[in-house]
Design a protein around this ligand. Sequence first.
Ligand SMILES: Cc1ncc(COP(=O)(O)O)c(C=O)c1O
Length: 421
Amino acid sequence: MSKWRDEIEGHPLHPESLMMSYGYEPGWSEGAATSPIFQTSTFVFENAAAGKRAFELAYGLAEAEPGEAQGLIYSRLNNPDLEIAEDRLALWDHAEAAALFKSGMAAITTTLWSYLRPGDVLLASAPIYGGTHHFIEHVLPQFGMHVVRFGRDTSPEQVAKRIAATGGQLGLILLETPANPTNDLVDIAECAQVAEQFSAPDRKVTVAVDNTFLGPIFQSPLEHGADIALYSATKYIGGHSDLIAGAAVGSEEALQPIREMRTFMGTMASPWTGWLVLRSLKTLRIRMERQAENAGVVADFLRGHPKVKRVGWLGHIDETHADWELYRRQCSGPGAMVALELEGGELEAFRFLDSLRLVKLAVSLGAVESLAEHPATMTHSSATPEEKERFGLSDSLIRLSVGIEHPDDLVLDLEQALKAV
Ligand SMILES: Cc1ncc(COP(=O)(O)O)c(C=O)c1O
């Protein structure tokens, strides 16, 4: 049972209700209704024995007694703002634990360093966020790791062949679904099966899912067999374009090596960032739901426009679409990311982007303000021309992140920008 109140008369409370109080005692800080920023690098031990015990637990030298909590030591290991935010983040994914990082890339790279060793194979979906793509393609191989990619058209047999060809052992499967920037879906349950197939009694293959685009409101990877959900909390979780953060969510067992690596790499979030995440979590559901509603209005408008070649929005997937069954099974809502391909190429895309007046021309996504960018030359510019072609990152592709502005104003802005093309 949780040490925090999470039910009333046996009825479990919903995460949106628990975002206001879970994990925090007003008595810790003069009765403050909402947690203050614990802006401290270190914590004073009650006595030397308490300090010794805190280190024993933190370094895994002893098991915690029933009901015994890890003592606060130093803000690279733990801090109340981080711990409260982690307790609350875990609730959305119905997970045991979470770890907060200084960025989404910090969450991803710390996870990869925790689970991969030289000679291991990382199996990763494609396309994937440009920063992740760069790291796995250009950094991991320098440390002796093999990277095998798979896309929507790769069969399980091809995947098995590519892994065998490396001569290495599969260590981790990393997927991003929906994929940035195309909204391609990857079947999490199928990947969990592949992981099982490649697991050995002494080594389980771990499945990590970058759930930034839909989660945690519209997709719960752990329920589909993933071990770890990863987030750029800079995006929907933060939601206001005012912080950079990341998160890993999963079982205590899955997070243990990640937390340990975070301690020694120092990739934890700061107390101030933890506090900002706490502020943001209170409005997560209403923001994401409104953003998805607005995205529907925008995507419907764009779909019928003569200067638009293709609109990729999950809400447009219907019974006739190849991904219908997967979308229904894996996602509980369409999110607010729109992949918009214009007729023409880079010139037309740039003219459109330069003409926007309400939607901001900026990378990042998931914020209350709508943002648009050009993946081929911005977020995904490190992909080679061949990779861009293969992953559908065309010159006329624009990634639109829909915010909470009035939907009529968004349509007005997009309409006038399309006129300028
Ligand atoms: C899907 C996805 N994952 C990870 C990241 C990296 O997150 P951060 O910028 O917080 O490091 C991004 C950033 O755009 C992203 O879109």
